[in-house]
Design a protein around this ligand. Structure first.
Ligand code: GDP
Ligand code: IMO
Ligand code: MG
Length: 427
């Protein structure tokens, strides 16, 4: 079963990094196919914590070839900072390959991300400020810069000048900023050309040939279903396709080669940044989830908004991604509650929706319809089989599994690599 896609089912930070790491020893390639350093994956191995942003989580597993696919947007400074930081900790990053078609995030896109947000005021998205949206906008507007442009300085200069023509008007006339010089941008980007050259490859060719040989390839999504630019809570989304379809366009591998789609889902829900969140808690219960679950952003350190499990979102994710297996994370965080609310439907002005409403306004106005499940008190962090869990924890898992549209194959009971319960093999 060689082609496996792994995505987030909710609003990100479900524990995709840990799930990828868990599969690491069984896969040959881990491909990041969307997003950039807006992602933040925390992986805990043997008491050591690693925070990854731009690099695929597979980089932590010896023998795995990590791949940055064409669908990713690359901030070169961040890429090399991250590589150097891992190298200093003894992680071998020498296998990394990067698509020549991946787009760059020149510093002007970071600037534009920040000024656009400031300009939006109350209507801001709450982006990570990493230039992600402007870089994807440039790609679609056909004024983006690609990795391959680094190796032809006259082309690079022409493209930078073309991109800056519009942007400088915007920066100077609308945002009252200084114009950016093309020379500075060319210098900034060119400084990395020699260092990245040996990593650059036709990654689509490499991956297709690997699949031909029977190698196992894991496509690791950044962000998540509800942040997908097409399927998420637009406009409160990121600017890429974080759902399973993005694995094909973002890597150059056809859909027929995907055999399994794993979605990672938290036993409750969190969101960073603005946008609708039907089960959000604004009370002590939300704070308790945040504290026990350490729900602070890996990338920006912002406190994550917290709420209860949302089954309509889970079913939506199952449908949009064609999920074959869920990895349910952070069940341990739910220890110690009398009863656990699970959202089974939305109430929109008195009308009950069992599936996500098609109108974004309805999602903004929806109220959760809860069913209450009995909680448990026993520490479950040492559980390693489903039978080890207290009966009410088993009931919680079984109940949300029935509501969520795919089987729950793995259950996370702690941050460490080994803190999992395997119910069904993922590979
Ligand atoms: P990602 O962006 O989807 O990779 O997720 P993040 O790394 O941003 O956030 C998930 C956090 O939960 C990380 O700090 C993980 O170490 C942690 N984590 C993952 N699985 C579990 C679990 O089952 N239990 C607990 N307590 N923590 C977990
Ligand atoms: P991982 O991969 C959680 C959110 C931002 C903001 C919106 C748009 O760690 O799950 P962007 O900078 O992408 O233009 O911001 O998307 N966001 C994330 N939230 N986890 C992430 O990544 C995120 N990446 C972006 O908070 O609301
Ligand atoms: Mg994260």
């Amino acid at each position: 079963m060689p082609g496996i896609v792994l995505v987030g089912a909710q609003w990100g930070d479900e524990g995709k990094g840990k799930a990828t790491d868990l599969l690491g020893s069984q896969v040959d390639y881990v491909v990041k196919f969307n997003g950039g350093n807006n992602a933040g994956h925390t992986v805990v191995i043997g008491g050591q914590t690693y925070a990854l942003h731009l690099l695929p989580s597979g980089i932590l597993t010896p023998g795995v070839t990590p791949v940055i696919g064409n669908g990713v947007v690359v901030d070169l400074e961040v890429l090399f900072q991250e590589i150097s930081a891992l190298e200093r900790r003894g992680v071998d990053t020498s296998r990394l390959i990067v698509s020549s078609n991946a787009h760059l995030i020149p510093s002007y896109n970071r600037t534009l991300d920040k000024v656009t947000e400031r300009f939006l005021g109350k209507r801001q998205i709450g982006t990570t400020g990493r230039g992600i949206g402007p870089a994807y906008a440039d790609k679609m507007q056909r004024v983006g810069l690609r990795i391959q442009d680094l190796f032809d300085v006259s082309i690079l200069r022409q493209k930078v000048e073309a991109a800056l023509m519009q942007k400088n008007h915007l920066l100077v006339k609308v945002y009252n900023r200084r114009a950016i010089s093309a020379d500075d941008i060319v210098d900034e980007l060119e400084a990395y050309a020699d260092r990245i050259r040996p990593m650059v490859a036709d990654t689509a060719l490499v991956l297709n040939e690997a699949l031909d040989r029977g190698a196992t390839v894991l496509f690791e999504g950044g962000q998540a279903t509800m942040l997908d630019v097409d399927h998420g809570t637009y406009p409160f989304v990121t600017s890429s396709n974080a759902t399973a379809g993005g694995a094909c366009t973002g890597s150059g591998v056809g859909p027929g080669r995907i055999d399994r789609v794993i979605a990672v889902i938290k036993a409750y829900a969190t969101r960073v940044g603005a946008g609708p969140f039907v089960t959000e808690l604004h009370d002590a219960a939300g704070e308790r989830l945040r504290e026990i679950g350490h729900e602070y952003g890996t990338t920006t350190g912002r406190p994550r908004r917290c709420g209860w499990y949302d089954a309509p979102v889970a079913r939506y994710a199952a449908r949009i991604n064609g999920v074959t297996d869920f990895v349910l994370t952070k069940l341990d965080v739910l220890t110690g509650w009398d009863k656990l609310p699970v959202c089974v439907a939305y109430d929109v002005n008195g009308s009950i929706h069992h599936e996500l409403p098609t109108s974004q306004s309805d999602i903004h106005h929806a109220r959760p319809v809860y069913e209450y499940l009995p909680g448990w008190d026993q520490d479950i962090s040492g559980s390693r089989s489903f039978g080890d869990l207290p009966p009410n924890a088993r009931e919680y898992v079984t109940a949300i599994e029935e509501l969520s549209g795919a089987r729950i194959s793995v259950i996370g009971v702690g941050a460490g690599r080994d803190a999992v319960i395997q119910r069904h093999a993922l590979i």
